[in-house]
Design a protein around this ligand. Structure first.
Ligand SMILES: *Cc1c(COP(=O)(O)O)cnc(C)c1O
Length: 395
């Protein structure tokens, strides 16, 4: 018998278990709802990105079912061969009108939208200037492009300016940031970053995955929230979070979008969405336009829950969005807090290195529009009890 050439994989897993960082997958046995069943336990769900409850919204469900009946379950090809259906184009037109840009291209996910775009608009001779907390898909896209990567400290516009000043003249430069940061829930200083991009002639790109459906008029995102229309060259949004289905998109000029049709590798080499996904996303835009009270409820729940955690004495960092981290520092403590909360009927995922810094481990909470006050009060009660038991907050 040959020895197992993958033995090191098992050894690394064992090390994670020793450190208390091993994370089994929680299994959802019902719909993605504010109270639902994971691993045979009914819990208040504070871990999903289903900000507006659209994963189970009747209008999205009906349109997806209708699309399955009318158009089948798959697109059968990549977009550039036989996999562009008119429903894909309808979604892109609707998104472009929603985002007030010339054009939009939809990708299979937010991840492929970022990675495919950054890697195709840059070459090895170019430079990307990136916030240190930008999403992994941006980092991977930058690596794939083989551009020079310069990272600036989180939200530090002056530091970004220093980086830009130090660059050789005449190099094409991309300045890139998340709109809402996914682990801390804070916002990028977009007006200042746009001014910086203008001063140094950079391409400006914003990943608005957690802002789509949450910030701006009818959920148009941080570009709308900060009123920096026309100053961001490349806007990325996701259809997987508040929109409730799956996908990512790039909004920008027609030239940018047509360039991506020819160069973005996930567009060229990976099959397009099933028609039901596109249909659900179109219905989601209708909901954003016609049911804006959902976004109001999201924000009122956010204010209530954040204030509750802060009154209990938890460290909630610098959050300005429905994402509220409960920062505890040590990775094993974060996992223990998450486990105890789960036993008490609240699902809030523990997050540790490498997703966040080694001393910044946390439990991350996300409220949605569809949580009731009773559910949020129940969750705060569980945080109070478990937080005291673990010595994270005082009696
Ligand atoms: C979730 C997320 C993505 C990826 O989006 P998916 O549609 O889930 O692939 C990209 N960027 C940020 C900032 C995210 O939070």
């Amino acid at each position: 018998m040959r020895s197992d050439p993958l033995a090191y994989v098992a050894a690394e897993l064992e090390a994670l278990k020793q450190q208390g960082l091993y994370r089994p997958l929680r299994v959802l046995e019902d719909e993605q709802r504010p109270t639902t069943t994971f691993d045979h336990r009914q819990v208040v769900n504070l871990s999903s990105n289903n900000y507006l409850g659209l994963t189970t919204h009747p209008r999205l469900r009906d349109r997806a079912i209708e699309a399955v009946r009318r158009l089948g379950v798959g697109s059968g090809s990549v977009r550039t061969i036989a996999g562009t259906m008119d429903i894909h184009l309808e979604l892109e037109r609707r998104l472009a009108a929603f985002k007030q840009t010339e054009a939009v291209v939809v990708f299979q996910s937010g991840f492929t939208a970022n990675a495919g775009t950054v890697s195709s608009i840059l070459t090895k001779d170019d430079i990307v200037v990136s916030d240190e907390l930008n999403h992994a898909s941006i980092i991977d896209g930058a690596r794939l492009s083989r551009a020079t990567i310069k990272v600036f400290p989180h939200k530090d516009v002056d530091a970004a300016r220093q980086v830009l000043r130090g660059l050789p003249a005449g190099r094409r430069t991309l300045l890139i940031t998340d709109g809402v940061f996914s682990m801390d829930g804070d916002l990028a200083p977009l007006p200042d970053l746009c001014a910086l991009a203008e001063e140094f002639g950079c391409v400006m790109m914003v990943d608005d995955a957690h802002a789509s459906g949450v910030f701006g008029r009818n959920g148009r995102g941080t570009i709308d929230h900060f009123q920096v229309h026309g100053r961001v060259d490349v806007q990325v949004g996701t259809l997987s979070k508040a929109i409730g289905a799956l996908g990512g998109y790039v909004a920008g000029s027609r030239a940018l979008i047509e360039f991506l049709h020819h160069r973005a590798r996930p567009f060229l080499f990976s099959t397009s969405h099933p028609p039901a996904v596109a249909a659900a996303c179109i219905a989601a835009i209708d909901v954003l336009m016609e049911e804006p009270d959902l976004i109001d409820r999201l924000w009122s729940n956010t204010r209530f829950f954040k204030a509750g955690l802060e009154q209990l004495g938890f460290n909630t960092g610098a959050s300005e969005s429905p994402i509220t981290p409960v920062i505890v520092g040590d990775g094993a403590v974060a996992m223990r807090l998450s486990d105890r909360l789960f036993a008490a009927g609240v699902f809030a995922q523990g997050i540790a290195f490498p997703t966040v810094g080694r001393d910044k481990a946390r439990v991350r909470t996300i409220v949605t529009a569809t949580h009731t006050r009773a559910e949020l009060e129940f969750a705060l009660g569980a945080f109070a009890t478990v937080g005291r038991e673990l010595g994270i907050i005082r009696e």
